[in-house]
Design a protein around this ligand. Structure first.
Ligand SMILES: Cc1cc2nc3c(=O)[nH]c(=O)nc-3n(C[C@H](O)[C@H](O)[C@H](O)COP(=O)(O)O)c2cc1C
Length: 191
């Protein structure tokens, strides 16, 4: 997965020198799709890059003031190596229509956050999860937020959680992700 940078539209001079990085983990592409939608909304206010975990782009991280970190919900929280291996196994089943992301990596957002140096001063967290009540599914985003707070970064908006878009024929969740990104951009500039 290459790096994409979305130009800022309509932000006037409000965005100043602030830059955002949407950094995502994704096995089957769901979180990737939401990351792109969030970046679309966010880039209305702040120049925004989108990168998968595993791309190890230290320059993009060093340049970012706002980190938007997301991943899939696995076993009610952030993925682990065993759950990522399970995802790889599921994609390999003959009758499966799941396709692994090119950047599906051995390291997930959990491992990356623990090892990253110089995290941006601001963050927001998001996840994707199954289409059921949150108390049943769990949500990775709250855990992501907890780690980033512990590491000294300041949360801009409450975590965003989005349903896997495979059941999202009308695009409602993608729209919601774009809107969450837009609101995040405004909050980051206002704060
Ligand atoms: C091993 C594994 C465990 C999962 N556990 C949960 C879970 O506990 N709760 C949930 O809502 N979804 C769970 N899911 C579904 C994923 O969170 C959901 O499909 C997500 O959108 C996948 O994102 P991705 O395509 O970016 O990897 C699980 C998926 C896998 C592969």
């Amino acid at each position: 997965m290459g790096r994409s940078t979305l130009p800022t539209a309509g932000a006037g001079d409000k965005s100043g020198t602030m830059r955002a990085l949407v950094f995502y983990e994704s096995m089957f592409g769901n979180t990737h799709r939401m990351a792109e939608a969030i970046a679309e909304g966010l880039s209305a206010a702040i120049p925004t890059s989108v990168l998968p975990v595993g791309s190890a782009d230290h320059d993009a991280l060093a340049a970012a003031d706002l980190l938007v970190a997301g991943g899939p919900t696995h076993v009610h929280g952030m993925s682990r190596e065993a759950t990522r291996q399970e995802a790889v196994r599921q994609a390999g089943v003959e009758e499966s229509d799941l396709t692994l992301e090119p950047a599906a990596s051995r390291d997930g957002i959990r491992e990356w956050m623990e090892s990253a140096d110089n995290l941006p001063r601001l963050f927001a967290a998001f996840d994707t999860r199954a289409d059921a009540f949150k108390w049943l599914t769990g949500s990775a985003a709250g855990q992501i937020a907890k780690v980033l707070r512990r590491r000294g970064s300041k949360q801009v908006v409450p975590p965003g959680t989005f349903l896997a878009p495979d059941n999202d024929a009308d695009g409602t969740e993608v729209d919601r992700a774009r809107e969450w990104g837009r609101a995040l951009g405004e909050a980051a500039l206002a704060g």
